[in-house]
Design a binder for this molecule. Structure first.
Ligand code: ACO
Length: 425
């Protein structure tokens, strides 16, 4: 029997249907609420609001579960590659061998970016943040790759171009910011190895591709590949709901991800740990994070959905340990992170607020080890999140219940007022 919720308002009773997902999550369907009752709902930060039904990613914040298309992220991190996981998210199933080969060939064939785009980089001030540049570059892709007439072909080509060219754009931006020669993608390299080569090869020193580093990058990107209706994904869906092109929707997602409360946290964590190591002020940082009158927060801690360990963080920490050991590197930031985690986890404030380390807590240390500069950490997150944004956008445009995103509000300003001519004010 279908469940419903009874709403009593005034002297009337309303039945609101309850929708149930495949993992038994339940939602009250309020789509007819205003029409029937004249009421709307208010939910700051959408903490209790589902914006869609989705078959892409499942997460359980109480149990610390994350699955893409039903497959636990732990299994994907151990056995899959980023390209394969991207295929899974976008096409809804694991690729057969031929599918994966065709997909890789397509990504390789579309990995170059228009040479004229290089000129844009030269015009940005050297101090520009790479996330701002990436967001505008992705938007600019539409001008360089105009819309194709066949809709299906247009979608397939845009998806392929984004997955392949954003990686090239990111590496290109790094090279140009350093005044170095741009390295072009190589068709003989896998997705992750290609990116590393474009970042770190120079005309005087070829980049030695280390399989451990390639594996670490695959895992890093798999862990970031999707996370259901987070801030940037919601931005992609909301902007996409106006039926803008996919480049513009992804550009909006990149802008949202930039924020320090979202993807920008990976950069903020490393900056915080660096300050702790340099100024030996861990205790003061923790006290500041607990102080209600101080806006400072312990970066890399807390999550809107996870009220236990973020499962991605556990994998990231393990990978961080393995990578540093294999490369024989010691990083004082890792020691500081481990100590900070232990102190916070035993502190009443963090226990009572259910604050655990999130994916960003150790990810910056992995990226540092690979050689990625701090201001590019969030760009790395953005490349990883692309398959998720694309899959969510595709799902939203194919949804038969699709609607333009347009929330309502409760107005609290002045009542109707007379315009006062300037000489009477
Ligand atoms: N340090 C100290 N206190 C915190 C922290 C933190 N990192 N995070 C939450 N709190 C406290 C808040 O002060 C608040 O306390 P109060 O109830 O006593 O007023 C309580 O916990 C609830 O916090 P909210 O901000 O309401 O929780 P919300 O779900 O909105 O926040 C968020 C989630 C934004 C991630 C928050 O935990 C935070 O700012 N963390 C630091 C930034 C960060 O690491 N972001 C990355 C998140 S993962 C990602 O996006 C990839």
């Amino acid at each position: 029997m279908t469940e419903s919720v009874k709403l009593i308002y005034g002297d009337k009773e309303y039945q609101l249907p309850v929708i149930m997902g495949s993992e038994k999550e339940k939602a009250i369907d309020i789509s007819k609420l205003r029409q029937k009752t004249g009421l709307i709902t208010l939910d700051a930060g959408f903490a209790n609001t589902g914006s869609c039904t989705s078959s892409i990613t499942f997460m359980d914040g109480e149990k610390g579960i994350l699955r893409y298309r039903g497959i636990p992220v732990e299994q994907l991190a151990e056995k899959s590659t980023f390209a394969e996981t991207a295929y899974l998210l976008i096409h809804g199933r694991l690729p057969r061998r031929k599918d994966l080969t065709d997909f890789s060939v397509l990504l390789n064939d579309n990995s170059l970016v228009h040479e004229d785009m290089r000129a844009f980089y030269e015009s940005y001030p050297r101090s520009s943040h790479p996330m701002g540049i990436l967001s505008s570059m992705v938007n600019a892709l539409r001008s360089f790759y105009p819309e194709l007439h066949n809709l299906q072909e247009e979608i397939n080509m845009t998806v392929t171009r984004l997955l392949s060219k954003v990686r090239t754009l990111a590496a290109m931006s790094y090279k140009i910011s350093r005044g170095h020669k741009v390295v072009y993608p190589r068709p003989d390299l896998t997705y992750c190895a290609n990116f590393l080569n474009m970042m770190f090869a120079t005309p005087v020193r070829p980049y030695e591709i280390d399989p451990d580093v390639v594996k670490a990058l695959n895992v890093f990107w798999i862990l970031h590949a999707d996370h259901e209706q987070n801030c940037s994904t919601s931005a992609v869906r909301v902007v996409g709901s106006a039926r803008v092109n996919l480049y513009a929707a992804i550009s909006a997602g990149i802008a949202a991800l930039w924020g320090p409360l979202h993807g920008g946290a990976n950069q903020a964590v490393v900056e915080m740990l660096t300050e702790i190591v340099e100024n030996k002020n861990m205790k003061q940082m923790i006290e500041r994070a607990k102080d209600k009158n101080d806006s400072f927060r312990l970066m890399g801690f807390g999550h809107r959905v996870y009220k236990t360990y973020d499962p991605r963080m556990k994998i990231m920490k393990k990978m961080c340990d393995t990578l540093l050991e294999k490369l024989n590197i010691t990083d004082p930031l890792l020691d500081a992170a481990i100590e900070l985690e232990q102190i916070a986890l035993n502190d009443d404030y963090f226990i009572e607020h259910n604050l655990y380390p999130n994916v960003d807590f150790y990810s910056g240390i992995v990226l540092r080890t690979i050689g990625i500069p701090t201001n590019m950490f969030t760009v790395m997150f953005a490349i990883g999140r692309l398959p998720g944004w694309i899959a969510q956008w595709k799902e939203s445009i194919d949804d038969p219940n699709w609607k333009l995103s347009r929330p309502r509000q409760i107005y609290t300003g002045p009542k109707e007022n007379r315009y006062v001519p300037i000489e009477e004010r």
